[in-house]
Ligand binder design. Structure first.
Ligand SMILES: Cc1cc2nc3c(=O)[nH]c(=O)nc-3n(C[C@H](O)[C@H](O)[C@H](O)COP(=O)(O)O)c2cc1C
Length: 481
């Protein structure tokens, strides 16, 4: 039997084999054996060799000659011409690790940054680069690339590609696919911060969002250009892969569908004078996480938040306020609700004699600050009568006697549940990402301390606490329906 000397193969074939074998963690010889084995077993059909087996530029294999298992999700990945294109090679791997088939399209500019050969070797698929390629366009391959997938990901999404999309251009393969798409589109923009902030890009981003395009990033950070930083870095490959998988996943159960949920979060700022205020260390993370979890469970969520440095959770209507009184007004205006969750750390007191001008140091010493009590939002809403939401949940942030104080609070305020947590400095809860909470639930309508059930949860991330709380709410609605 004849032997095969890899050294004597065509250069393009050798390069392809090297990359494919590196991508699979095999030696080149092993890779050849695997390819031959697949051929013999009829995977894929030897009569219609797929481009994944052939060097990318060869052969007539179009998008119709795919070898994917029918059940596997698939992504058409469009790689645009930006520095971040190298991260898209990792993205291919990350998607494949998650059992997603990937077919890559490289723009002309992208090929200045990464080669079709690398993308082909990592995706194990032919790579597409040309709208007028007779090998794939004999049966309108660009339409197939747009349709024969479950999701189109554009990473990096250049300013140019986004402009083309926003204006409906189709003068190359990538833009033609995007215009012909009937599948969700996920963009991972990447560009210099000045390009990102340019009014033209801002307009295009707005238009694309209105058109239903989903975006991840860009993040803030250092740029490839020396001494430049700002918003414009492409999200990391793992983040993009996770977002893609999230979109590809079958729809989640929506146990709070049709329910209106009102949530408060963050601290309040109580003015002393036009430039100073009293505040606390609440970061708002727990309330924001609950809003996101309730939204994911299908609820119509309104989040009234004090001043925090957090992005609005997707799909949640967020109302930003400053003081406790503002918060109460906006909460009352947002009623009716089926469930109200008061996670905000509302200041108990405000300054009665708020200065109209900035207070000055004087020889007479410190100006006297008179404090008055703020409205109690939890108690006010819990005792509203007819307009009271059927389930009212408060938060008790305590530094001592946690359970006793929380039990007393549930009875005093008239709410149904309390999420109690230890916020002493040693706990790291204020501003941190983890929380150790106890869920206190009133048994029936009685408010006596004895009827309160206490359930202590292990230490969790604030997202996990949010998911668990939403699950308990869903369970309780089911029980009471
Ligand atoms: C070195 C270099 C880096 C570039 N990086 C980016 C980038 O990160 N983002 C971007 O939008 N454009 C970037 N560009 C400009 C694009 O390559 C250019 O707009 C190109 O036409 C985009 O083509 P495409 O959108 O078809 O891929 C860069 C250009 C060069 C020369």
């Amino acid at each position: 039997m004849a032997s095969l000397t890899i050294r004597k193969l065509d250069d393009a074939v050798k390069a392809y084999l090297r990359l494919r074998s590196a991508g699979n963690g095999r030696s080149v010889e092993e890779e050849v054996r695997v390819i031959l084995g697949e051929l013999v077993q009829g995977r894929p059909d030897p009569a219609a060799p797929t481009a994944a087996m052939a060097p990318p530029a060869d052969g007539p294999a179009g998008p119709s000659a795919r070898s994917h298992a029918a059940a596997q999700a698939s992504v058409t990945l469009i790689i645009g011409g930006g520095i971040a294109a190298f991260k898209s090679l990792e993205l291919i791997r990350r998607l494949k690790e998650r059992h997603v088939d990937v077919r890559c399209v490289l723009t002309k500019a992208a090929q200045q940054f990464v080669t079709p050969l690398s993308a082909s070797a990592l995706s194990h698929e032919r790579v597409y680069t040309d709208l007028f390629d007779p090998g794939s366009e004999f049966d309108a391959g660009h339409i197939r690339l747009a349709r024969e997938c479950d999701l189109i990901v554009v990473a990096p999404a250049t300013a140019d590609l986004m402009a083309k999309m926003a204006h409906g251009h189709a003068d190359d393969l990538a833009s033609a696919i995007l215009l012909a798409a009937n599948k969700p589109i996920l963009l991972a923009p990447a560009m210099n911060p000045l390009m990102w902030n340019n009014p033209a890009t801002r307009r295009n981003v707005l238009q694309l969002r209105r058109d239903g395009v989903i975006m991840i990033g860009p993040a803030a950070g250092e740029m490839a250009e020396a001494n430049e930083a700002g918003v414009g870095r492409m999200s990391e490959a793992v983040e993009i892969a996770a977002a893609a998988v999230d979109i590809l996943r079958p729809p989640r159960p929506r146990p709070l569908a049709g329910k209106r949920v009102l949530i408060t979060a963050g601290p309040t700022h109580e003015p002393i004078d036009p430039v100073r205020y009293i505040a606390n260390r609440s970061s708002g993370k727990q309330g924001f996480a609950i809003a996101a979890a309730a939204q994911a469970a299908g609820a119509d969520v309104t989040l009234v938040s004090g001043p925090v440095e957090l992005r609005d959770p997707a799909g949640v209507s967020v109302i930003r306020v400053e003081s406790a009184r503002d918060m109460l007004h906006r909460v009352e205006a947002a009623l009716p609700a089926d469930i109200a969750i008061f996670a905000a750390a509302v200041a108990d007191w405000r300054v009665a004699n708020e200065g109209e001008q900035k207070l000055k140091k004087t020889a007479a010493g410190m100006p006297p600050l008179q404090l008055v009590e703020n409205p109690d939002i939890l108690a006010t809403i819990s005792k509203l009568g007819e307009r009271r939401p059927p389930l009212v949940i408060g938060f008790a942030a305590e530094t001592e006697h946690l359970i006793d104080n929380a039990k007393a609070k549930i009875a005093r305020k008239g709410c149904d549940w309390i999420v109690a947590n230890d916020v002493s400095p040693a706990s790291g809860v204020m501003g941190g990402d983890r929380n150790t909470v106890h869920l206190l639930q009133r048994d029936g309508k009685e408010v006596g301390v004895d009827e309160i059930k206490v359930d202590s949860w292990p230490v969790m991330t604030k997202e996990q606490v949010a998911a668990e709380l939403v699950a308990r709410i869903a369970k309780s609605l089911e029980k009471n329906s």
